[in-house]
Design a protein around this ligand. Structure first.
Ligand SMILES: C[S@@+](CC[C@H](N)C(=O)[O-])C[C@H]1O[C@@H](n2cnc3c(N)ncnc32)[C@H](O)[C@@H]1O
Length: 415
């Protein structure tokens, strides 16, 4: 799985679910295996720095390095008893790497004996963050904020739950706290076993991911086009508000997940499999939500693989696709209608820098519809001077942070 993510740019979740052994694991083992992979990806810089000085030669077998990473993650970060971490790692070598067992054993024992290195959180975060990403955040937000973002990525995100109604009641039942906007935050647990899951009373949705649909305003009784809808977090939110939602997505696999989510929550939406660049509705929509595909660097806390398998060229590709999707969304918006554009990215090329070029291309047909800080009580700091929203993983840090999103709201002129 590490090879797939690090060398072939696979998504960790997909590599994990597709691996033939993970489905056979018991729930606890499965959760541990997932945590192990994600810890290696989150802490890769620190892990490599911990075992590399003990290597007397660099093994040419790539798997030996991955075994050392898995072993070191257990020894330094997952509190696995040292003998278990070392023995299990050596077992991974199997017959094929039997000649390397003495080396693996010696290196991991030295890592265990050394224990966790004494370094500050800031130093750890700098080691774990690829330089090109850190530089991009430095340039966008300044060094202090870039460092705070990198530090926030060391921590696993809490579980955020969006409820259909009665947040206070559900916060008590789910043993969570109510966050801005009524999202309930609690520690992780087996989601399917929590009260209300089977009855579809709620769904998992990060606090920041909850904002774009809210910023459409009062959609009750109105037609809303949800572009890039799957797996349906925002579709469910809009349907629960009483909107008539058309959920458009290009991916059939992801739409199947959206359909399952709607079935569980007993919410309704019209599902359309299509490409937003070419599909056109019979009538323009008064409300459109464009949750555009992006680099997802705003979700690194949950998906640390995004830090490892993204490259600067990927950002350029995403920027181009967002540009075309924004123009397509504008074509489908009715006169006087509202468009909310969102990306879960920390890269300003995908967010802030899309706004003025879009307005320029629209040549006066669209204008910014600024969000006022009062619309987001508790998250006023996320509203910038132009009335766009920029959330960062380091916001609300003491309460567990939130995903990094950029959100801009536009209105089409009435003619
Ligand atoms: C950020 S994800 C959407 C998450 C979703 N809105 C939610 O809240 O659960 C972006 C989605 O855009 C879809 N997508 C990418 N290119 C598309 C296109 N040209 N037309 C329609 N959907 C597209 C992807 O399949 C993906 O599901």
């Amino acid at each position: 799985m590490l090879d797939l993510v690090l060398d072939q740019q696979a998504a960790a979740d997909e590599a994990f679910d597709a691996h033939p052994t993970t489905a056979r694991l018991e729930r606890r083992d499965r959760a541990f295996a997932r945590l192990l992979i994600l810890t290696v990806l989150r802490r890769l810089g620190e892990i490599d720095a911990a075992f590399r000085p003990h290597l007397r030669f660099a093994p040419k077998e790539r798997q030996a390095i991955q075994i050392l990473r898995l072993g070191t993650a257990q020894l330094l970060f997952l509190k696995t008893p040292p003998h278990a971490a070392v023995n299990e790692s050596i077992r991974l070598a199997g017959k094929r790497l039997a000649h390397l067992v003495p080396m693996l054993n010696a290196v991991l024992r030295k890592v265990a004996a050394g224990g966790p290195p004494a370094r500050s959180e800031a130093e750890a975060a700098l080691l774990d963050t690829p330089p090109w990403l850190l530089e991009s955040w430095n340039a966008a937000y300044g060094p202090a904020t870039a460092e705070a973002i990198a530090a926030a990525h060391l921590r696993e995100a809490p579980l955020d739950i969006a409820v259909r109604s009665e947040p206070a009641h559900w916060a008590e039942l789910l043993d969570g706290t109510i966050m801005p906007g009524g999202v309930i935050r609690r520690p992780h647990g087996a989601i399917e076993e929590l009260p209300g899951f089977a009855d579809g009373a709620w769904w998992v949705q990060d606090l920041a991911a909850n904002l774009p649909a809210r910023l459409l305003g009062d959609v009750k009784g109105h037609a809303v086009l949800d572009i890039g809808a799957a797996p349906g977090g925002k579709t469910m939110q809009l349907a629960a508000e009483g909107a008539g939602v058309t959920a458009l997505d290009i991916s059939n696999d992801r739409l199947a997940r959206l359909q399952a989510n709607l079935a569980r929550t007993k919410l309704e939406a019209e599902i359309v499999a299509g490409d937003a660049l070419t599909w056109r509705p019979p009538h323009p929509f008064p409300f459109i939500l464009l949750d555009a595909p992006c680099s997802a660097t705003g979700t690194i806390r949950r998906h640390p693989d995004a830090m490892r398998n993204r490259k600067p060229d990927d950002i350029k590709r995403q920027v181009e696709s967002q540009r075309r999707m924004l123009d397509a969304a504008a074509e489908m918006l009715a006169p006087g209608g509202r468009l909310v554009f969102a990306v879960c990215s920390l890269q300003i090329e995908e967010g802030e820098a899309q706004v003025q070029p879009f307005l320029g291309r629209q040549n006066g047909r669209m204008r910014l519809d600024p969000v006022s800080p009062e619309e987001l009580p508790g998250l006023e700091m996320a509203v910038n001077a132009d009335g766009c929203v920029r959330t960062l993983p380091s916001h609300l840090d003491a309460a567990g942070g939130l995903d990094g999103f950029f959100i801009a709201r536009f209105r089409r002129s009435s003619h």
